[in-house]
Design a protein around this ligand. Structure first.
Ligand code: MOS
Length: 731
């Protein structure tokens, strides 16, 4: 880049090793369930074996007889100790609106209906298995979207209408119309859903892996009916989250109540199977897409309607037509979103929750259009590229989509592709090359940080952001080091603790975009204290030296563009959510990218391989190419997994998950992932936020599944519109 907004830097943009890397590889890092508390008792959940009905009776005698059992919590034994509170979708804190152990009603298979507390994990587990429940089954059950008793509802506020879609589609010389679907999938973060609660007199400390410690704190205060100042939530390390640890789940209040009842710390580590319903997941989706274009490929009509599975209790929808309708120039657009309520646990956010499935539908449809037009799919994106989103006519703050396509295409050697399906056969292997757009909205939210500069050149930076493995500690150290002109090794970091200055949820790929500006603002305050406002980083330590001051500590809070002034209260109540993307009055903000994959399908065995994938992403300023590389490549691998492997299989008879374990839930292994390359396309965006950061956590997964389905078509001539694509589908 010739003219550069961000001055050449010694730290930012460098592949600084992970701040907590040594602690993690040596086992020194203490995850929530590793924290040792004196006299800990162990909790084990008992989950419902039916999906819809009521509990008629518990027989707890055999469970209580297990040596070491201390207490058993059911809706009968805990009564009203946990209050009914609204779900996040209704302005509350909790992932779903069901009250934990709230009644005899059962709303899904795998609902926690009892908690055993015992001296050991083994005793608690043994007793939990000995609980005998008499159920009364509800006569009808909707296990999936196609069930007759599922109820569909259109979410009117998400409806989009621009121009006259019907007339434009009818008149279009070239048309594509198709239906797509994506399955239920689960995050399965390596670290299971753990919670430890300890009361010291009337104060509660919670150790729980979380993407939003203040959400847990304030939500729990509401559930327990106590002042939030009495609760501290600590989440120093998180072993993977991907949306599943974003918000308070039912388990936390249960562990808190158990600890209070027995007057001892209580530790819960939900099993892998229980993890399938303890938190949210990526719900099944269906899509209907219609595209109309002229003979040069210019879109004249675009329609995208989505259906998303939800629970009967909570109408949750990701509704990403708000994005697919705004990606390409098109004068006539119609879009709608529907929820389909079933007897399943409430879905939630899973890495690019709406973007991934909606991109699969739209980007596969575009490939179908390119094929119909006999046009290169990259050129189809080029003729429809736009600097202005077509729904509200708002400008993109920056948009490097075609540069991403061009760089990825060059790295992939796309020019060697022959367009005819089946034309690139290599011996027994059918070879297909496909591509698709990746996109993710640029969000940020209110955040605060504290920075302490000592005369010896040591810096401490703190903010209640979250380390999910994505590189938060490292980023925070880098930003403070850069601003204050000290080596990054001189910076220490505290995060993941409600006693620290509050920060946004680590969701929506918004952590760096939100917290880096708060750190920068705290460093500004240090400059002002030193009387060197606006000075370069190199001038700070000399000014500190000259001042004779021992320690300066400054606090700052920041409110990003588009976040209302009165929202700052929410920062101090665990209610800061990502703002931006398509939800601003004056502009749209997106990171964009291009995904390319090669698929090989064996002509005889139909085995599907992905020997290589190339993604190019423009996501504003890259603070640490090492950690960002991990985000992009990790996302792309998950995209391959989403397209070819993962599927939470549902038993229609009782709406249970058949493969709720890591043996039967199909995941790629090293042998499945061969050559995955991520290219960071330089991009400077002066508008998105002071750090110039667009967010990288989720975009890597978006578009991969479409690129794969497009490559499968190119290899075979078979268009597969339902994920996952497995060998039986290409026979
Ligand atoms: Mo992410 S699914 O916004 O945690």
């Amino acid at each position: 880049m010739s003219e550069t907004l961000f001055p050449q830097s010694s730290t930012l943009g460098q592949p600084v090793p992970r701040y907590e890397g040594r602690a993690k590889v040596t086992g020194e890092a203490r995850y929530a369930s590793d924290v040792r508390l004196a006299r800990t008792a162990h909790a084990y959940l008992h989950m419902s074996a039916i999906a819809r009905g009521t509990i008629e009776a518990f027989d707890l005698a055999a469970a209580r007889a297990v040596p070491g059992v201390i207490d058993i919590l059911t809706h009968e034994t805990i009564g009203d100790q946990i209050r009914q509170t609204p779900a996040i979708y209704q302005g509350g804190y909790i992932s779903d609106s069901r009250r934990p152990l709230g009644s005899a009603e059962i709303a899904n298979w795998g609902q926690p209906i009892a908690v055993v507390v015992a001296e050991t994990f083994e005793a608690a587990r043994e007793a939990a298995h000995r609980i005998d429940v008499t159920y009364k089954l509800h006569p009808s059950l909707a296990a999936g979207m196609n069930s007759p008793s599922a109820t569909t509802q259109t979410l009117e506020p998400m409806t989009i209408g621009v121009g006259d879609f019907d007339a434009a589609y009818a008149a279009a010389p070239v048309k594509v119309e198709a239906h797509y679907s994506t399955p239920a999938q689960h995050q399965n973060p390596m670290e299971q859903f753990a919670t430890q609660c300890v009361w010291e007199s009337d104060r509660l400390t919670v150790h729980e892996p979380s993407q939003y410690v203040n959400n847990v704190k304030f939500g729990l205060a509401e559930q327990l009916g106590i002042g939030a100042e009495r609760i501290r939530v600590i989440s120093t390390y998180v072993g993977g989250a991907f949306g599943a640890k974003g918000f308070l789940t039912q388990r936390t209040a249960l562990v808190a109540i158990a600890a209070r009842r027995i007057g001892r710390p209580v530790k819960l580590v939900a099993t892998r199977e229980q993890g399938f319903t303890v938190s949210g997941y990526r719900a099944e989706t269906r899509h209907h897409v219609q595209l109309g274009a002229d003979s040069e490929g210019r879109l004249s009509a675009l329609r995208h309607e989505g259906w998303e599975l939800t629970s009967r209790g909570d109408a949750v929808a990701m509704g990403a037509v708000s994005m697919t309708a705004r990606l390409y120039a098109c004068p006539n657009i119609s879009a709608r979103v529907n929820t389909v309520a079933t007897d399943r646990s409430t879905p939630g956010f899973m890495r690019a929750p709406g973007e991934m499935p909606y991109a699969f539908a739209l980007e596969t449809a575009l490939d179908e259009l390119a094929h119909t037009l006999d046009m290169d799919p990259i050129e189809l994106r080029r003729v429809n590229d736009t600097r202005t989103e077509p729904v509200g006519g708002l400008p993109y703050t920056s948009r490097s989509l075609m540069r991403c396509f061009d760089e990825a295409a060059a790295a992939f050697d796309w020019k060697r592709r022959t367009s005819q399906p089946g034309s690139m056969r290599d011996g027994d292997w059918l070879v297909g090359w496909g591509c698709a757009t990746a996109f993710y909205p640029t969000y940020a939210g209110n955040s605060a940080a504290r920075v302490r500069l000592s005369a010896n050149g040591r810096v401490h930076v703190s903010s209640a952001g979250h380390e999910l493995g994505q590189g938060m500690y490292t980023m925070m150290a880098q930003v403070a080091a850069e601003e204050l002109g000290v080596p990054v090794e001189r910076v220490t970091v505290s995060l993941g603790d409600t006693d620290l200055p509050p920060a946004i949820v680590a969701g929506g790929s918004s952590s760096t975009a939100s917290v880096a500006p708060a750190i920068m603002a705290a460093c500004d305050a240090i400059r002002r204290r030193l009387g060197v406002d606006g000075a370069s980083p190199a001038e700070i330590m000399p000014a500190m030296e000259a001042s004779g001051i021992g320690v300066i500590e400054e606090f700052a809070e920041t409110r990003p563009h588009g976040v209302p002034p009165d929202s700052m209260k929410g920062l101090y109540r665990g209610k800061t959510f990502p703002v931006g993307g398509v939800h601003l009055p004056d502009r749209v903000q997106f990171a964009l990218g291009a995904q390319f994959v090669e698929v090989r399908i064996h002509a005889l065995t139909h085995e599907i391989r992905v020997p290589r994938a190339v993604g190019a992403f423009a996501a504003g300023r890259i603070i640490n190419p090492r950690t960002v590389h991990g985000q992009f490549v990790g996302g792309m691998i998950w995209g391959i997994s989403s397209a070819l492997h993962e599927h939470t299989e549902i038993d229609d008879r009782n709406a249970s998950y058949i493969n709720a374990n890591l043996a039967d839930y199909l995941l790629p292994v090293n042998a499945d992932i061969i050559d995955v390359k991520a290219i960071m396309v330089p991009e400077e965006d002066r508008l998105v936020n002071r750090a110039g950061v667009k967010g990288v956590g989720e975009i890597g997964v978006v578009g991969v599944a479409a690129a794969i389905s497009n490559a499968v078509f190119h290899a075979t001539g078979r268009r597969l519109r339902d994920l996952p694509i497995r060998l039986e589908h290409v026979m």
